[in-house]
Each structure stands twice: as C-alpha cells, then as structure tokens.
Design a protein. Sequence first.
Length: 182
Amino acid sequence: MDRYTPLRARTITLVGLMGVGKSSVGRRLANALDLPFKDADVEIEAAAGRSIPDIFAEMGEPAFREGERRVIARLLENPPHVLATGGGAFMNDETRALIKERSISVWLKADLEVLVRRVSRKDSRPLLSGKDPLAVLTELAEKRYPVYAEADITVETGDTAHHVTVDQVIRALTRHLEEQAP
C-alpha cells in the first residue's frame, strides 16, 4: 500500500468552467494516482457518434445535456477512475446528486482572465460560438459558481502548470479524506 492507495478508493470527478483544465489535469491526475481516466465529453461523442458541436447544432443543448447525464451515470458505475466532466454537467440536479453519491467532486477554479486566454486558443466550444468569451464566461460563472461550490473540494488553480495543479488536487484530496476519517 502506497500513500495514494486511499485516493484510489473512489472515483474523482472534476468539475468547473470550460478552459480550467479538467481534461488535461484529469489525465495527469489519473496517471499520478495510477487510475483510469475518462473524459465525459469524449464518451458522449462516442455514444452519439458525432461531435459535441454537431450535437448542439443538430439536437440543441437540452438533448446534449440529457445524453451527458446518461453517459456520466454510466461512467459512475465503473470502478474508481478520474472523470473530467463538461462545464455544464454539474448544473444538472440528477447528475450532481450522482456525482456526490458515487465520487469525490473537485471544483477546479481559475480567474476568468486565465480561462478567456485558454478558451480563445481553439474554436470548438459551442457556448462560445460567435460570442465574446469574457462575457460568456462571466455569465456562466455567475450562474454556475454557487452550484460548483457544492463540490466536496475546491482547488484554486491560478495560471500554473498542470503538474502544479495535480499536486494541489492530491493534497486537497488527502486533506479531505483525513477530515472524513472516523
């Protein structure tokens, strides 16, 4: 048994706004903890047989969110792993309840200016299509931060390298488990 064994007992679910690093940090966290990594967005695209922008364009956001809920519910039935969710997944009451019941939820939080810089690098985010990223992220933060705050753990990531964030998450998880111990 190594020092990470307790961290491998439950799925670790990463939540937060787009661009915060849920997928890239999640991959590195899974590697550090020797756990499988699952990206809910990748799994949704595989299940739907099309890209997320196509799902949004062809079926709309409500249909996407329903598929997201089903995929995350299925993933949370798997043995412990690190799960990166889409930015809106935790907003769904049913999905949030499942995440809280079946995993340890970690809110990755960064300044909006950092997120704008990151999300402006690629053009594949349907909620930003043709819009001002700062305005969209500010509006999303106002709606989502009170819900993200229900996560078990909050990690303020800042504009640091992913390995630094992984270390922060591991320390926060360790503290959380120590506080939960009888």
